[in-house]
Design a protein around this ligand. Structure first.
Ligand code: FAD
Length: 380
């Protein structure tokens, strides 16, 4: 470890150096005093004393064993596309999941947790297998897809996943688990917002005939001239999804600040059935006689967070060109860093939008990304 830099979580620098050496012996690539902004798609996040990057599952397991035995707080990072990390950074070790192995046959794919998700999708489509194409273009890693039950264009990971190889850090046990053990829900699972269970690999079922998952999303189905539930060749669907995503700034592009985001910042709120009529009446009183986007959900009625944000007065690009953190100019649900934003700027924007929607409609939006060292609660 760089002797000039303080190591804040252990007694003195020697301990930090010793820990770095031990992690290197475990096979990790170790760097000291790294700006976490380097690792996130929002490009914000303060420093971390040590970053340990793990290129194989074995190295990842051993690295976590070492830091856990030393009692040092850890931050798990993979693609950094669903993380908002505060400007003060993280006082411990950031462990980067980077094992990218890929095993592909005609009816399944097994990917290391650190494999780039869209490369996994592209490889299956190129091999003539269908199933994953609607999830094309989602940034981040394969291993994070079960964490928040990633979904897009009418498909969720939960419906395609066969099994997940999990490390239980407390017990030190690695085993394959099936989806019924993962408590999947809308943008959530038992793995979200905890770090004692770590995904080492994922296995997905594929369609050997090369046809897509049934098309259930109106905009995509219309583009492909397909009836609800029809299938199309996976490659055709992938191309259409990528085009649609590009139009909404939902494909990462380092040159386009509209994509310096975590994708959707808030989940679509689900209003319990008992409260739905009252909430809809409040919305109607404000917006007048226009259609309110709403969808049946298991626990009630799902509303569109992006639509509510817009109707509450926060249009695309809010608050304006001079602000370092702004809503995307293509999508009100994405909070973006225009190049110089801090985490505090993004938090302030999130709080403003959240409070405005609550004041207008009585609906509280919940953040989708994992927040580290920050909160969007107005009171804190
Ligand atoms: C432009 C853009 C578009 C997006 N579009 C979508 C979309 O359409 N649908 C959607 O669902 N999401 C979307 N996202 C959000 C994001 O891409 C996904 O949530 C993605 O799965 C996050 O993967 P990651 O590797 O970047 O996770 P990270 O941001 O690195 O981590 C997120 C959380 O998961 C945990 N984690 C990561 N890997 C593991 C692992 N192997 N084991 C255990 N925990 C782990 C981390 O500790 C952290 O708490 C979008 C993001 C962006 C920037």
């Amino acid at each position: 470890m760089d002797g000039r830099l303080p190591f804040r979580t252990v007694d003195h620098r020697d301990s930090g150096r010793r820990l770095a050496d031990t992690l290197r012996s475990a096979g990790a690539r170790v760097r000291a005093d790294v700006a976490l902004a380097e690792l996130t798609t929002l490009r914000v996040g303060g420093p971390v004393p040590l970053l340990a990057e793990c290129d194989s599952a074995e190295v990842l397991v051993e690295t976590l064993r070492v830091v856990d035995a030393a009692g040092i707080p850890t931050l798990l990072v993979a693609g950094g596309s669903n993380l908002l990390i505060g400007d003060r950074g993280f006082p411990g070790v950031a462990v980067r999941i980077a094992n990218a192995e890929l095993e592909l046959s005609d009816d399944r794919v097994v990917a290391g947790a650190g494999a780039v998700w869209d490369e996994v999708v592209a490889a299956t489509v190129a091999a003539g297998a269908g199933g994953l194409e609607c999830l094309s273009g989602i940034p981040g890693s394969a291993g994070a897809t079960p964490v928040q039950n990633v979904g897009a264009y009418g498909v969720e990971v939960a419906s395609l996943l066969r099994r997940v190889r999990l490390l239980d850090r407390r017990a030190g046990v690695v085993r394959w688990v099936t989806p019924d053990e993962l408590g999947f829900g809308y943008r959530t699972s038992v793995l979200k917002r905890r770090d004692d269970a770590v995904v080492l690999a994922v296995e997905f079922a594929l369609r050997p005939d090369g046809s897509s998952a049934p098309l259930r999303y109106g905009e995509l189905a219309r583009r492909l001239d397909a009836a609800d539930g029809a299938r199309r060749p996976a490659g055709m669907v992938r191309d259409a999804v990528l085009t649609l995503r590009r139009g909404k700034a939902m494909l990462l592009d380092p040159d386009d600040h509209d994509t310096w985001s975590v994708g959707s910042f808030f989940t679509n709120p689900v209003v319990p059935a008992a409260a739905a009529a009252e909430v809809l009446a409040t919305i109607r009183a404000r917006v007048g006689d226009i259609a309110i986007p709403q969808y049946p959900a298991a626990a009630g009625t799902k509303l569109s967070a992006g639509w509510l944000i817009e109707q509450a007065g926060f249009g695309k690009g809010f608050p304006g060109p001079a602000a370092p953190a702004r809503l995307s100019t293509k999508h009100t649900l994405a909070l973006t860093n225009r190049g110089t934003a801090s985490a505090a700027d993004l938090v302030e924007l999130a709080r403003t939008v959240r409070a405005g929607v609550a004041a207008a409609f009585g609906v509280t939006l919940e953040p989708e990304p994992v927040l580290v060292g920050v909160t969007v609660e107005a009171s804190k």
